[in-house]
Design a protein around this ligand. Structure first.
Ligand code: NAP
Length: 255
């Protein structure tokens, strides 16, 4: 029970990596608040955790809304008594429904704003809302899900790269500002993981083959590959880690 007695809030926890983290955290003894826009999927994760003997509640959370964040943090405190862990996981891959990986010239202002709002402002608002309760709890752990695309560039997805780079540096400044209060902040940088976000890309056999070929371990990631890293950062096992970057990418950025 690596998270026994802890209370965690996970944004974007209804599916993909966030849902894997919610299930794993609950198995390790945490009480979990699942915040997402996707109510049906979120309630399913809530029910699965309950059926397995864990503790979880779903709350509708739009990470771009400051008042939604206040409500989510308040729900953690009113239901479970405190907040120890925040996983800023919610994210979108691009501004368009097509998921097109646009170059700078082809990126619309609307697409840029949408991606920055969810991926960067969402992390800022979540962090801002969680810190007072973590202070009251005597400390906490904030885990911000960036990406390998917050570390290196690629031939498209300009706004996504900018947003994930912002997450990386917001994490480090949060870490420095609150280290003295026992509040840690670390970023996680997944490579290509098989989730609903990447489903369309991975359904293209040629793209799938080429992504695997570029990944030294010879496979794409699964949500639990990332969830176990997030678990470590959430737990007291990582108490000397803050402001650091955990890369979980099958060796992609080591090349
Ligand atoms: P996912 O399956 O699409 O899950 C993301 C979740 O976030 C979805 O439930 C999504 O709901 C939710 N979300 C989006 N906008 C939101 C908002 N405004 N408020 C609240 N929730 C919102 O994606 P994933 O692959 O698990 O990604 C999780 C995180 O890892 C993201 O930050 C992503 O950028 C990052 N990441 C993913 C990969 C990868 O290969 N999959 C690699 C590196 C980093 P909707 O469907 O309603 O949008």
């Amino acid at each position: 029970m690596r998270l026994e007695g802890k209370v965690a809030l996970i944004s974007g926890g209804a599916r993909g990596m966030g849902a894997a983290e919610a299930r794993l955290f609950a198995r390790e003894g945490a009480s979990v608040v699942i915040g997402d826009l996707l109510e049906e999927e979120g309630r399913q994760v809530e029910a699965q955790i309950g059926e397995a003997g864990g503790h979880a509640i779903f709350i509708r959370l739009d990470v771009t809304s400051e008042s939604d964040w206040s409500d989510a943090v308040a729900a953690a405190v009113s239901r479970f008594g405190k907040l120890d862990i925040l996983v800023n996981n919610a994210g979108v891959s691009s501004g368009g429904a097509s998921g097109a990986r646009t170059k700078v010239e082809d990126t619309t202002v609307e697409a840029w704003d949408r991606v920055m709002d969810v991926n960067a402002k969402g992390v800022f608002l979540g962090t801002k809302a969680a810190i007072p309760e973590m202070r009251r709890a005597g400390g906490g752990s904030i885990i911000n899900i960036s990406s390998i695309y917050g570390l290196v560039g690629s031939d498209g997805g300009s706004a996504y790269h900018a947003s994930k780079g912002a997450v990386r540096l917001l994490t480090k400044s949060t870490a420095i500002q609150y280290a003295g209060e026992g509040i840690r902040a670390n970023s996680v940088h997944p490579g290509f993981i098989d989730t609903p976000m990447t489903a369309a890309t991975l359904a293209d056999p040629e793209r799938n083959r080429s992504l695997i070929a570029r990944t030294p371990v010879g496979r794409l990631g699964v949500p639990d590959d990332v969830a176990y890293g997030v678990l470590f950062l959430a737990s007291d096992e990582s108490s000397f880690m803050t402001g650091s970057e955990l890369v979980i990418d099958g060796g992609w950025t080591a090349q």
